[in-house]
Design a protein around this ligand. Structure first.
Ligand code: MN
Ligand code: MN
Length: 421
């Protein structure tokens, strides 16, 4: 890299560092400088226009990952749109023998009021201890496999094994646990239907018994205080123990005379066909219509091939919490009051779009982009910009956009979800 203060030379908007309108003008025979003049107040080539240079301190690790913040597209507004990105890389891990966890809540990402995320790793045998909480818990397995346990509202037991891409859902107040299985445990993303949730604010079995008088526990369980002398004095949260035995044996032992729960708190995402598929990608939508237990959280799992675009759309019913599983992306959110902002995303990032705001997600990398769209809602809902324009009286649309009939007719009539590059 040349040491000339030019932080923009690897911008995907071209090595000249000029906007697309300027590049188009150059292609049309105008000089670069007159093309820049036509772009108005946008800085031009940093070799000749010092307003496009950044000679002071720079974070050379983060800036290249966030070019749309360092050098926003000309269509972004000058006034602020609150940040809608938080990388899990910034979240501090709470580490234990047996695994770790970290969270991104409204305290880290102020705009994310409706949902919060917890990323957790458990070794083979590692346990997220028996607990419950006030928020509903939705989960996506990112790696490996786990055994999950719960009891339903009738007290009947649920024990199941889940693998990569599977989901689970534990409603508010339903007690549960998670344990990593062989060969290498698991990693998963938890999404809670409350941005203010914290993994530090859950009711733990260990914490509970540590704060109850021994004589009360003895009386409650009908056993001697001596038998309870080794109860934990502090919370466990995550701890290492032996890998559990066969699933059927655990299910039978937990069910007892009451029998198993009729509720399936788990969902096998890959056993359903994609909800929609084009040559540029696919989407799997899972909400309470397909995953009955998931009464208050809906998911769209989106794959976008290189160059493809998750088309312009909005969600009338809920904010969108995003988790980027793999690949690179950029997203523009068009806010109200003449404001818009573009931000860049990659593996491990959280994104957020407030209810009803127009947005797209473009694959800007060379590999598949896979991300989750999460909603605090019993049902998934979106509206596509193309679909709207195609189903509005044509003269009305043409009068707004100054386009001819052939152009309007070329716009897709139906929602595609993922459109080609
Ligand atoms: Mn939980
Ligand atoms: Mn969306």
């Amino acid at each position: 890299m040349e040491n000339d203060g030019n932080k923009n030379q690897f911008s995907r908007r071209g090595f000249l560092g000029v906007g697309s309108a300027a590049l188009a003008a150059v292609a049309g025979g105008l000089s670069v400088s007159s093309a820049i003049a036509q772009e108005g107040q946008q800085p031009g080539n940093p070799r000749t226009d010092r307003s496009a240079s950044d000679p002071g301190p720079t974070n050379n690790g983060l800036d290249p990952q966030n070019l749309d913040s360092a050098w926003p597209p000309a269509t972004d507004s000058k006034s602020l749109v609150q940040t809608f990105k938080y990388p899990f890389s910034f979240a501090n891990k709470r580490t234990y023998k047996g695994g770790w966890s970290r969270e991104v809540t409204v305290r880290e990402l102020a705009v994310s009021k409706s949902l919060a995320g917890v990323n957790m790793r458990l070794t083979a045998g590692g346990v997220r201890e028996l607990h419950w909480h006030t928020a509903d818990e939705w989960a996506f397995v990112l790696y490996g496999s786990a055994r999950i346990t719960a009891i339903d509202r009738d007290g009947k037991s649920f024990v199941a094994d889940v693998k990569k891409n599977d989901l689970w859902y534990f409603p508010s107040g339903i007690p549960h646990s998670i344990q990593g299985l062989e060969p290498d445990g698991t990693e998963f993303m938890l999404v809670f239907d409350d941005g203010d949730f914290s993994e530090s604010e859950t009711v733990l079995l260990s914490d509970s018994v540590a704060h109850l008088p021994p004589e009360i526990l003895s009386k409650n369980f009908g056993v001697s205080q001596l038998a309870l002398k080794n109860l934990p004095k502090h919370e466990l949260f995550i701890f290492q123990t032996a890998v559990p035995g066969p699933l059927e044996a655990d299910q039978k032992a937990a069910a007892g005379a009451l029998g198993k729960s009729s509720t399936d708190f788990a969902f096998r995402t890959m056993e359903m066909p994609p909800t929609k598929r084009t040559k540029s990608g696919e989407v799997r939508i899972v909400d309470s219509s397909t995953f009955k237990a998931s009464t208050n959280v809906a998911m769209a799992m989106v794959t976008v091939r290189p160059g493809g675009l998750r088309e312009l759309h909005w969600h009338p019913n809920a904010d969108e919490w995003q988790y980027y599983i793999t690949g690179k992306a950029r997203m523009t959110v068009v806010s109200t009051g003449n404001r818009a902002r573009t931000m860049d995303f990659q593996e491990g990032d959280v994104g957020y779009v407030q209810k009803t705001l127009l947005h797209y997600i473009e694959n800007t990398g060379n590999s598949d982009l896979v991300f989750l769209e999460m909603f605090k809602s019993s049902f998934y809902q979106d509206l596509s910009l193309s679909e709207w324009l195609a189903h509005t009286p044509p003269e009305l649309v043409m009068a707004h956009l100054n386009i001819d009939r052939a152009t309007l007719d070329a716009i897709p009539r139906d929602e595609l979800v993922v459109v080609p590059g």
